[in-house]
Design a protein around this ligand. Structure first.
Ligand SMILES: Cc1cc2nc3c(=O)[nH]c(=O)nc-3n(C[C@H](O)[C@H](O)[C@H](O)COP(=O)(O)OP(=O)(O)OC[C@H]3O[C@@H](n4cnc5c(N)ncnc54)[C@H](O)[C@@H]3O)c2cc1C
Length: 454
């Protein structure tokens, strides 16, 4: 790279850039280069902390002109560390947090660097919400562009099912809108594969009346009852109202006790939630039951403490073909060897509105009722890294007889074998490759779960 030419271009850009341009010796660079997963330790040549679409377009053009690789950072939660890059340009959206709610039109627009905590705080001022992440610190951008599972999915669909439009900066620096009426093919692609197609500078959602008080919490049982708890979970999830979403998990309490938990969230009128939740509360009984009415924003933050920024993370996940007794036995057996009290094994149940959308209506194809299994391994001591990664891989391998072919793109790790991106998009993959060739023929946006242009 011709250093003086890049330096001149950077000096020129600095005269009009609204955000911050950080290089390795600048104050703030060390913090800005970090992402949620402490295992990721990359050093971009430039961090362009943008404030608006014009900053993003200029950063894209600069990277193009000087052949610099680009990564896009939204909330920085991607476990595989796709938000950052060694030597290239990190387009950091984390200063772009503007949110505007139109309470009459029932829409909310958020800039590309907002988190779910910020979005929910603003939409709940009006008693409104759309499906967002289970943890409040996750980015709206990255989570939505890959699909977006969350507490409201069975009532209102995935995050993408609530998306009305997206403003994007494309690989050639153009700013476009993608919606049902404008660039409809691009709108189809961004609903599940968005990170491959451009930088989403803002996202507009349909919002619905939710809460502000809904019903949820944790029901925790001794891990010795894990088999019974997971079988009960399977039976309980065979028929649920759309308002009720239940996840299950093997995890540790704050004092290090291993536990088997059910995590329900009922987004309907709290007066009607009791009847649906009663069987869950009666089962066991649990040693901890804090399920009750609480603000929707509190449910979104209820599990945040278990996911500290900077913890070391390694994840594996797959949809299951069925949650058979044998699959449950294998899950429980794997968890009996768990190497870190911060490691959890989560089963996310899918039903309701998110499963009533066609497989090819959006790029995200996983529309069947069923379960996603997530090995969510976290630890803090670097000397535990090999052990924790080995356990996750061995456990994931042990579950292979029970997994379906589909994978959730937002949970893929860096070292997947086979063709995980093809598995993530299934029957929609060919069309996505064609659209990638149309909108990003040189694969400029490749720091993602990459779709190669056809
Ligand atoms: C603690 C934790 C909890 C999670 N909970 C959930 C959950 O409840 N539901 C769920 O579905 N997933 C969940 N995830 C997974 C999450 O969806 C992905 O990690 C997602 O990639 C995070 O988005 P982000 O913006 O925070 O991440 P980033 O790492 O910033 O971005 C992830 C990917 O998206 C791209 N990207 C981000 N923003 C934009 C943008 N504006 N325009 C274009 N590309 C962009 C990045 O380039 C990168 O490839 C969770 C992850 C963590 C760590």
């Amino acid at each position: 790279m011709p250093q003086t030419a890049v330096s001149d271009a950077l000096n020129d850009l600095a005269t009009r850039f609204s955000g911050e341009l950080l290089q390795p010796l600048d104050a703030g660079y060390e913090d800005a280069r970090r992402v949620h997963n402490g295992l990721i330790d990359k050093r971009p040549f430039l961090i362009a902390r943008c404030r608006n679409a014009a900053d993003v377009a200029d950063a894209v053009r600069l990277a193009r002109e000087y052949n610099l690789e680009v990564a896009i950072k939204g909330g920085g939660h991607n476990a595989a560390g796709r938000a950052t890059i060694d030597g290239g340009v990190m387009i950091d959206l984390s200063l772009m947090k503007g949110i505007y709610v139109d309470s009459e039109a029932h829409t909310a627009r958020v800039q590309g660097g907002g988190t779910w905590r910020e979005y929910n705080r603003e939409t709940q001022l009006h008693g409104l919400a759309s499906t967002g992440g289970v943890i409040s610190t996750t980015g709206v951008g990255g989570l939505t562009l890959g699909g977006g599972l969350g507490w409201l999915q069975s009532k209102y669909g995935l995050a993408i099912d609530n998306l009305r439009s997206v403003q994007l900066v494309l690989a050639d620096g153009r700013v476009v809108t993608a919606s049902a009426n404008e660039n409809a093919d691009l709108f189809w692609a961004v609903r599940g594969a968005g990170a491959n197609f451009g930088v989403a500078t803002s996202l507009e959602f349909d919002v619905h009346y939710v809460g502000p008080t809904i019903t949820g919490g944790l029901l925790l049982h001794p891990v010795a009852r894990a088999r019974d708890v997971l079988r009960f979970f399977r039976d309980a999830t065979s028929s649920l109202p759309d308002e009720l979403t239940i996840f299950a998990g093997l995890l540790h309490g704050p004092d290090g006790t291993p536990l088997a938990g059910l995590i329900p969230s009922h987004c309907g009128d709290p007066a009607h939630a009791g009847a649906s939740l009663e069987p869950l509360k009666r089962f066991g009984p649990p040693v901890v039951d804090n399920v009750g009415p609480m603000p929707y924003t509190a449910i979104n933050q209820m599990l945040d403490g278990g996911f500290p920024r900077g913890a070391l993370n390694y994840w594996k996940s797959s949809f299951l073909s069925a949650l058979s007794d044998e699959a449950i036995d294998t899950i429980v057996d794997c968890y009996s060897r768990v190497p870190s009290p911060m490691a959890a094994l989560i089963l996310e149940h899918a039903h309701g509105a998110m499963t009533r959308i066609g497989v090819s209506d959006t790029a995200f194809p996983h529309r069947r009722t069923g379960y996603n299994l997530l090995f969510l391994t976290q630890w803090t001591n670097a000397s535990d890294t090999d052990r924790c990664i080995a356990w996750t891989r061995e456990s994931y391998a042990a579950m292979q007889p029970f997994v379906a072919s589909g994978r959730y793109v937002n949970y893929l790790d860096d070292d997947e074998s086979g063709d995980p991106v093809a598995q993530a998009y299934g029957p929609n993959y060919t069309r996505l490759r064609q659209l990638k060739a149309k909108y990003d023929p040189t694969n400029f946006f490749h720091m993602n779960q990459n779709i190669r242009p056809a």
